[in-house]
Design a protein around this ligand. Structure first.
Ligand SMILES: Cc1cc2nc3c(=O)[nH]c(=O)nc-3n(C[C@H](O)[C@H](O)[C@H](O)COP(=O)(O)OP(=O)(O)OC[C@H]3O[C@@H](n4cnc5c(N)ncnc54)[C@H](O)[C@@H]3O)c2cc1C
Length: 436
């Protein structure tokens, strides 16, 4: 069947295996006594080719809830369960997940494999900080437990390891108690990038923080933005939320997304809020997952698809670096439709985890002629300033760029080679960046 990531590029033909039990997953690792490379796939929400290979094994049916423990505030569930289904189960009990990305349609396996981050990385770190244990199926079919205490180096390699150490079967997650699932949201306006980053710094005590940037504003207003801060309310609300969704039924002609329409969209977003600070109480679904409201919004970019370019940059020089990137984008006219800026706290010691102390900017670009050379120029700016690109969003990074920015790649490879000497687990991405 044809398979793609969320960005719909690349698009490949793959054998798609959907085992309905752990035993069948085991069986799939060896086919007709041949060892053919494969990669696990959760919900397919990574943007590029990290969950693409000629053989792809879906974890969709590994979605059972195995145990719930009030005392330790943990839940154990299959790796194919999505964040949404976990929230459905735990929110009525007064619990919440400590780290949530911009979509709830991500599997637990995918969240661990990318060690995802949310709007609270500056305070709470990334997803794997709340994974107390996981079961991993190795290339030989054996299932072993990993945690900070048990097989710690395999745990470090698997958290953020993009499925290359094995198939995560289930995991024990720490939940957090919340005073409400509703969010008290404060939206602030920044007239340019400088002001935006100053506000983010000054409001660092906020539990959640994210900025939407207008990258196509005129030079003087470049980076004008809306910063959405959030805290849990205190009204004791403990309900699962799900909004009705609208859908994009087919790929829209990509010509509709041009400099002019993107500029208008960004101006409209900004102008909606430009009259200053606004405080409101909103449901968690709309605060954390605004884009989930539109099903298949990735079709807006047309049949060629799009790429998300997300980088992290250290605090030092972050203003100058981000400003240089924005200026280059403005001059190129390759306007990103969505641009999201977040502040990161300390990184962890997982070998391939993305976040480290600094800023992260995510930019969506329509796939078009000239985009790759343009992004290669951005790569050089990012590397020269000590930054790196997020593997979960990537579809084009070169081996050189990867190895110059993920400095623990050799430590990762040592562990992978020990548990998967024949490189059974390989993706298009891992081949491209020289890990398999
Ligand atoms: C709208 C949107 C917003 C997003 N916002 C954020 C954000 O705010 N922060 C953030 O960090 N990310 C964000 N993401 C990216 C997303 O969280 C990650 O790409 C995540 O890995 C997707 O999970 P998935 O289940 O869809 O995994 P897939 O896309 O299916 O796979 C991703 C990787 O995980 C591996 N994998 C999946 N399941 C397993 C398993 N059981 N065992 C071993 N490996 C496995 C795959 O091999 C692959 O390498 C966003 C994505 C979208 C579409």
């Amino acid at each position: 069947m044809r398979l793609q990531g969320w960005g719909r590029f690349p698009d490949i033909a793959a054998e798609f295996i959907e085992p309905v039990s752990v035993e069948l997953v085991q069986k799939s690792l060896k086919e007709k006594n041949k060892v053919l490379p494969l990669i696990a796939r959760g919900a397919g929400r990574s943007y590029g080719d990290s969950a693409l290979a000629s053989r792809v094994i879906s974890t969709r049916f590994l979605d059972q809830f195995i145990a719930f423990d009030h005392k330790t505030q943990t839940i154990r569930c299959g790796s194919g369960a999505t964040l949404d289904t976990v929230l459905k189960f735990i929110t009525p009990k007064g619990y919440f997940l400590p780290v949530l990305p911009g979509t709830k349609y991500v599997s637990i396996g995918g969240a661990i494999a990318a060690d995802i981050h949310g709007k609270n990385h500056h305070k709470s770190g990334s997803f794997c900080s709340y994974v107390s244990e996981l079961s991993l199926m190795l290339a030989n079919g054996e299932i072993i437990k990993c945690s900070k205490a048990e097989n710690p180096d395999l745990f470090q390699a698997t958290c953020g390891g993009m499925g290359l150490t094995g198939i995560i079967i289930d995991a024990v997650l720490l939940m957090k108690r919340v005073t409400s699932v509703s969010i008290r949201k404060r939206s602030l306006i920044a007239r340019d990038l400088n002001e935006c980053m100053d506000i983010i710094d000054e409001t660092e005590d906020s539990e959640y923080s994210v900025a939407w940037l207008d990258c196509l504003a005129s030079k003087a207003r470049l980076g004008r933005s809306i910063i959405h801060l959030g805290e849990h309310c205190k009204d004791g609300r403990a309900e699962y939320e799900s909004r009705r969704r609208m859908s994009i039924p087919f790929s829209t002609p990509s010509i509709l997304l041009n400099k002019c329409s993107i500029s208008l969209f960004n101006s409209a977003l900004y102008n909606l809020r430009k009259y200053g600070s606004e405080i409101s109480t909103v449901g968690y679904d709309s605060y954390f997952f605004p884009l989930d409201f539109i099903k298949n919004w990735n079709r807006l970019y047309g049949s060629q698809g799009f790429l998300q370019y997300q980088f992290a940059i250290p605090i030092t020089n972050s203003k100058q670096t981000i400003s240089e990137v924005l200026e280059k984008i403005r001059a190129s006219g390759k306007g990103p439709l969505l641009s999201v800026l977040k502040k990161f706290g300390e990184g962890n010691n997982n070998y391939l985890s993305f976040p480290f102390r600094g800023y992260s900017l995510a930019l969506d670009f329509k796939k078009e002629v000239g985009l790759f050379p343009f992004l290669a120029e951005l790569d050089e700016i990012i590397l020269a300033n000590g930054g790196r690109l997020y593997l979960a969003k990537d579809a084009r990074m070169t081996e050189d760029v990867f190895k110059r920015s993920y400095l623990d790649w050799e430590k990762f490879l040592n562990v992978k080679s020990r548990v998967d000497p024949n490189h059974l687990f390989a993706s298009l991405q891992s081949n491209r960046i020289g890990l398999t």
